[in-house]
Design a protein around this ligand. Sequence first.
Ligand SMILES: Cc1cc2nc3c(=O)[nH]c(=O)nc-3n(C[C@H](O)[C@H](O)[C@H](O)COP(=O)(O)OP(=O)(O)OC[C@H]3O[C@@H](n4cnc5c(N)ncnc54)[C@H](O)[C@@H]3O)c2cc1C
Length: 440
Amino acid sequence: MSLSVAVVGSGPGGLYAVEALTKNLPDCRIDIIDRLPSPYGLVRFGVAPDHQTTKNVSRVFDKQMVKDNVRYLGNVELGRDISYDELKDMYDAVVLAFGTPIGRRLGLPGEDAEGVYNSDAIVAWYSGHPDFENLNPDLTGKAAIIIGIGNVALDVARLFARTEAELADTDTTDFALDAIKNAHFDDIYIVGRRGPIEGTFTRAELGELGELERGVALVHEEQLPEEVEAEMDPRDLREKVANLKVLRSYIGNDPNANPVKVHFEFYASPKEFLTETRDGKEHVVGVRVERTKVENGRAVGTGEEFDIAADVVVPSVGYQAEPSTGAPLDEWGSTVENTDGRVEPGVYAVGWAKRGPTGTIALNRKDSHGVVNLLLEDITADPAKSGSAGVDRLLADRGVRVVSYYQWQKIDQAEVVAANPPAPRKKFTSIEAMLDALDR
Ligand SMILES: Cc1cc2nc3c(=O)[nH]c(=O)nc-3n(C[C@H](O)[C@H](O)[C@H](O)COP(=O)(O)OP(=O)(O)OC[C@H]3O[C@@H](n4cnc5c(N)ncnc54)[C@H](O)[C@@H]3O)c2cc1C
């Protein structure tokens, strides 16, 4: 009797769990369920389009998908097409790998004004995620503010400053390419409550802002210490020193060297979104911030406030779990409630659903493998579980159109064929368009 496992989510967390399961238990049967026809999670819809090399990790994941005992059930959503309890009833084990797809809000006045787009939406829009096909952000203004000092914030700032030529060999969606082509920002501000040492960005992403064709990176010299003085483990220290070195290399940059000034504004805590009424709607016109200092790693307000004018504001302050799956979440709704990946008997969490929205693709590997080890310690096959046969019956009864891995490959090929070289692919940006490609 072989073990039946449902893995919900085909991003790195889920697919590294599949890797560990198939390696340790070659006769287990795995169904990977994803709400979209396309697999790979944030590798497709998060990793920036101008980072195509990073996206190549999907080829590693493909090796899991083609295994005889693994099935891909795309276009099947937990909480919509099948419930959490049904999955638990049907499989010996369920691995929750559905990530943390919702952009965190700052909870400040004016956040719902026109012109404010959370980074979850902006990133998904330029990456072609079907949920954000109609976002249509207005990027025609003179200034943009990105709130946050992590790599996602840097990705958005960089994409906003790119030229059409710089994006030619990427899979940025056509509508985003058009909007970016027609964007003429004079100023893009990257605003953080804390300082350069506390920023969660990395050297490579910081460095790219210094190499933009039409952008120039600008820093306030007084915000950049000459050395990293905080105590931390040696690896973190090396990273912080490297970050600081890149930031300090921007000291003295000529603001007029290029048309788009990309400003780092550290120690500035957003207090409210400034708005004005136009055509009966509230539009953002800037952000009021309070100058801070960092004490014991925390931002403390100084009482000094100032305003930064902007036509577009993109809060980029993290992600949290989607509540509609039916899975138990922690008290803040941030992640799946779990202890080292154990959720409840027979249910496990991996990836960002387990740990929250931090860490690279590679980091998920060790983590998912660790959780699978626990699963293998805990679980034995139960002949009463209906597994794949049960889920097939249930989805057929509900009229769900399941997309297999073979069908995904057809969609993938259609995207590659439709590409305008040197772009690697032209993404379908709706589920209907993907399914139409299968019917052709
Ligand atoms: C904007 C951005 C850029 C990034 N860039 C990089 C980078 O350049 N390099 C790097 O190493 N890391 C990068 N990361 C981090 C990396 O993407 C994550 O570490 C990784 O994707 C987390 O994997 P995951 O499987 O937990 O979640 P995800 O990748 O989010 O996968 C979750 C999957 O679950 C599916 N799903 C969600 N809800 C349901 C449901 N109800 N039912 C069924 N399926 C569902 C989703 O469709 C998705 O396929 C980036 C992250 C972001 C947000």
